[in-house]
Write a protein that binds this ligand. Sequence first.
Ligand SMILES: Nc1nc2c(ncn2[C@@H]2O[C@H](COP(=O)(O)OP(=O)(O)OP(=O)(O)O)[C@@H](O)[C@H]2O)c(=O)[nH]1
Ligand SMILES: [Mg+2]
Length: 660
Amino acid sequence: MAPTLNIGIVAHVDAGKTSLTERLLYDTGAIDRLGRVDAGDTRTDTGRIERERGITVRAAVAPFTVGDTRVNLIDTPGHTDFVAEVERALTVLDGAILVLSAVEGVQAHTRVLMRTLREAGLPTLLFVNKTDRAGARPDGVLADVRRRLAPNALPLGTVEDPGTPDARTVPFSLDDPGFAARAAEALAEQDDALLAAVVDGLPLPPAAELAERLAAQTARGLVHPVLFGSAITGADIDALLSAVTGLLPAAGPGPEDGEPRGTVFAVERAPSGEKTGYLRLFSGRLEPRARVAFDRADPGAAPHKGRITRLEVVGAESDRGRALTAGEIGRIGGPPGLRVGDRLGPPLPGAPTARFARPSLESVARPVRAADAPRLHAALTALAEQDPLIRVRTVPGEGVSVLLYGEVQKEVVAATLAGDFGVEAVFEPGRTVHTEQVTGVGEAVEAIGSQPQDGFWATVGLRVAPAGRGEGVRFDREVEPGALPAALDRAIEETVHLTLEQGLYGWPVADCAVTLIRSGFSSVFSTAADFRSLTPMVLMRALHRAGTRVHEPVHAFEADVPAGALGPVSAALSRGGAHVRDAAPAGEEWHLTGEVPARAVHPLQRALPGLTGGEGVLLTRPATSRPVTGTPPRRPRTDGNPLDRAEYMIWLNNAGPRKT
Ligand SMILES: Nc1nc2c(ncn2[C@@H]2O[C@H](COP(=O)(O)OP(=O)(O)OP(=O)(O)O)[C@@H](O)[C@H]2O)c(=O)[nH]1
Ligand SMILES: [Mg+2]
């Protein structure tokens, strides 16, 4: 079978990812009409909002073939509000094309993406697009790339007539001694034999061998070839295609034996509600009509089972009824609970995992027409159901609140509600989502027979203790394995995770070690519902004894500012509550690192251009949290109040615990 390459196209907003995807599809004959973003008729921007606004919101897969290589391109969104969509696409890629604009050059978001690609160890080509546009400055952008993005960038050509419709790249050849020397120098850093040759001025290996070493280091993400071109005029797309097939490592055909392992990285929902998932298979085979069990991305959640009823191999749609093999992407349907992040089989060792940064904004959605409240609730629940990055909470007396990354995502959710579900909604200004950290150790037990009249057929004893930062909620058992039937044991574990989404102050408990210290059941009367109902009361009592402290989210930041702007920028950082750890001169700039509260990130981003004459860059990423000073903010609970038995029992009788 032909080797398959799964390649992501990533970049800052408007760099030309979708236009480039369209161009690659057209030039390789996968489509016979070239669509345009500005006309709203490209192959990968298919959502109504995407077509109307010309921005990409969801990752989309587009297959084509070059020579005997099948390529699955994944076009991703560029707006920072959708960076989580990019992160999860990264988990299924063999390589990436990081696109820059020859006019705008290296943007702050380009650097964030480059760092993420490097951490994921993904082979990455750099493509400097828009060489045709007025103001294109490929040489300046290349210098910028070396200085601020990737010192080990190796240009494979030089652009003539930049900034005109005739802009064309003259490719370099490894047969040319000048380019061979530059390539050897770029590769020498990771290659001792080459380093010796370069330093001592010895003869370099022949062109073919240099080309092999270039491909090998590109495949390991150690060096980044740079190409230039234009998605709009189509200039130099052939060189990009040769680099894709010649320098990026193809995935397959991978190991076909053993159980299938794969990840669902996108889910589409038809107006009928039917779901289609995109599954990248890493190893094994997936037969049409196979029975499968998917593991959820959420900790503690039960696997969901189902039968595959639809299976199309992306790029081989005409080959109906064939199995999906390792390295390929399949479009699957059948299991009703299909969600992004679902996993088939255990993860491959060393496979990149998405570290979904939690959204740190929460905003209450209100229906424009009061009568629409139930439909709004149903629509938001449906959205959250297919996408784990959208989280909703029903707050009694307040409405439904949604966790969000930013304002553009808010607009997109509102437009999706109106367009796909026919519900008009407005969002209130967002508030920062806090977390709670456990400060001590607490235990609580409730046993069958020792309870009041309203007792449950369940014995549950839990201990709550602090856990290491970033460990999340851990669940362990001190009771003998097998002491409880598996269904009851799982009911406790799932309920522990659900309950800790709201700690003593109503915020999620970030890190916590929960231990089951006692358990018991009646083989005649006990049901999972008894355990689901009782566990929150025991757990919250233990948590109350342990105590928690409210933390606010903090981002790690890196800032590059011109020397002249150091004073005003430092002052703005400290007003925002930032803590500068290190400040060091780097050329004409200063490089600052430290932490900044999440709430201060957007105001600082807005102020920076004014403070630095447009030269400053502020990179941030969610990193940690720190205790709030003063009165901790509270968030209303949604699950009754398990600390108040009477109130909780009333809630239980009316609404009941959420079932998973
Ligand atoms: N002149 C010129 N314009 C380009 C080129 N590539 C893209 N554009 C234009 O740049 C704008 C953005 O292009 P898109 O392809 O939507 O960019 P994108 O990176 O997919 O944008 P997002 O998905 O929203 O992040 C459109 O108006 C394109 O016509 C190019 O090579 N030359
Ligand atoms: Mg796009």
